[in-house]
Design a binder for this molecule. Structure first.
Ligand code: GDP
Ligand code: MG
Length: 454
């Protein structure tokens, strides 16, 4: 999705004058990309309308960059969608539904109820959620109010024990509301400041399930209700989300299974039905695989702008200080040498899963080949081998793509035992990234330099 939108936006670059026809074509590409990734039709239509309103060519101040305006409009619309507004102008900002930033209050009564269909990932996510806040100094606890699924309590018990989180449940009591009330009461007495209530899901939406949700909510008085949604079910998530949101006061959403090959668009549509922001995403079965959701980063990535903030944070964790500063300098100055590219590849190797890191680097997202991780690593290694055969002067030249003549290219290839086509790819990639750097010249890097001491 991101690549398609980004390339649609890029196509505007090729033209000096942006007229209505060109804008229409670009919008069409963007709309198609959204539809192809399963975003619901009415949402896409509404978004397009909003974008057209924003990008009013006639009223655009002369000299204003139409591409920037369009990019900003698309960005704004997608962000609003993900923050649960569904509409940039209609984002809810009251009650528990403030966009994106809900957190429990330490030392206070926080009762969080998890709802969602069976198999959505509630029980798994409950424990991840408890673990996440335990690390932040909370005293979480887990209550199993699922008496429908056989073995539900055992599953929660096992997870909770592994994560060292206190839990409550019953093998004999069959009324979920009774258990929920008793569990919440117990943990209130034990001064848990984050009581998490796991509920049952059933296979489909049915009145009995919704009645049960209402009962549990009325006896536990949750301060937050989180709707857990399986992101792999696509648009059918929308009806489900709507049904849950109209039964209980959904204040936040967690999308699970985003590690699979889910079409995120359907999930995005569903989220907009709940009018509640995405708080976390689940990216695996393991307890640590829960990520706080950051709308701006996510949309930046989607639009191929690169997740600068996430990148800087990750870099601060892993990259040697000196090298990080050099890169920041390069970002600022617009000079991007082969050596710098080499060093970045070295850093990437130390950073873990390449595709996840590369997708954060502006411009590099496009470099992740279809074959994924393994292919990406291979390609990077081949480029590094080529660079190993270059001279210092070549590595440090500010315009590497221009200084190589055919002879030198052949020599480098021979030295590295690589094909000329690989050398050409390297030069092209280097040039492309250099251009990106040029565009980012003077950009403010969040967290660069001073923020390192965190
Ligand atoms: P519940 O019925 O809503 O309580 O769902 P469960 O927590 O029992 O999860 C159903 C299945 O989904 C389990 O096999 C989980 O391991 C799996 N699961 C949950 N979250 C994720 C996730 O983020 N990624 C992956 N790959 N699997 C998940
Ligand atoms: Mg469960």
């Amino acid at each position: 999705l991101g690549n398609k939108i980004a390339s649609a936006l890029r196509s505007l670059n090729a033209h000096v004058v942006v007229d209505e026809e060109l804008l229409d074509a670009c919008l069409k590409d963007i709309t198609n990309a959204l539809l192809a990734s399963d975003v619901a039709v009415p949402l896409v239509v509404r978004m397009k309308k909003n974008i057209v309103r924003e990008v009013d060519l006639d009223n655009m101040a002369s000299g204003m960059n139409a591409k920037k305006v369009l990019e900003r409009a698309v960005f704004k619309e997608l962000t609003a969608l993900l923050n649960g507004g569904g509409d940039a102008s209609g984002t809810k900002t009251s009650g528990t539904k403030t966009s994106g930033t809900w957190t429990p209050k330490k030392g206070k009564r926080n009762v969080v109820m998890f709802v969602g269909l069976q198999g959505a990932g509630k029980t798994t996510t409950c424990t991840k959620f408890a673990h996440y806040y335990a690390k932040k100094g909370f005293k979480p606890s887990l209550v199993c109010a699922d008496t429908f699924r056989a073995g539900a309590f055992d599953q929660l018990k096992q997870n909770a024990t592994k994560a060292k989180i206190p839990f409550y449940g019953s093998y004999t009591e069959s009324d979920p509301a009774t258990i929920a009330a008793a569990g919440v009461k117990r943990f209130e007495e034990e001064k848990s400041d984050l009581i998490i209530v796991d509920t049952s899901g059933r296979h489909k939406q049915e009145e009995a399930l919704f009645e049960e949700m209402r009962e549990i909510a009325s006896v536990t008085e949750p301060t937050m209700t989180i709707f857990v949604m399986d992101s792999s079910i696509g648009q059918s998530a929308s009806d489900q989300a709507k049904a849950f949101a109209s039964t209980v006061d959904v204040g936040g959403v967690i999308m699970t299974k985003l590690d699979g090959h889910a079409k995120g668009g359907g999930a995005i549509s569903a989220v907009s039905e709940t009018k509640a922001p995405i708080l976390f995403i689940g990216t695996g079965e393991h307890i640590g695989e829960l990520e706080a959701f950051e709308t701006t980063s996510f949309v930046s990535k989607l639009l191929g702008m690169g997740d600068i903030k996430g990148l800087v944070e990750k870099m601060n964790e892993i990259v040697p200080e000196e090298s990080a500063e050099k890169l920041m300098e390069a970002f600022g100055s617009g000079t991007f040498t082969m050596r710098l590219l080499y060093e970045q590849f070295q850093n990437l190797q130390n950073m873990g899963p390449i595709s996840s890191i590369m997708s954060m680097v502006p411009g590099m997202a496009d470099m992740i080949p279809k074959g994924g991780e393994e292919q990406g690593t291979k390609r990077m290694k081949s480029m590094m081998v080529l660079m190993d055969s270059m001279t210092d002067a070549e590595l440090d030249a500010p315009n590497a793509s221009k200084i190589f003549n055919v002879k030198r290219m052949e020599r480098v290839c021979r030295g590295a035992g690589r094909l000329p086509s690989e050398m050409i790819t390297l030069l092209e990639e280097h040039k492309r990234l250099g251009k990106m750097m040029g565009k980012m010249k003077g950009i403010k890097m969040p967290g660069a330099g001073g923020a390192r001491g965190r």
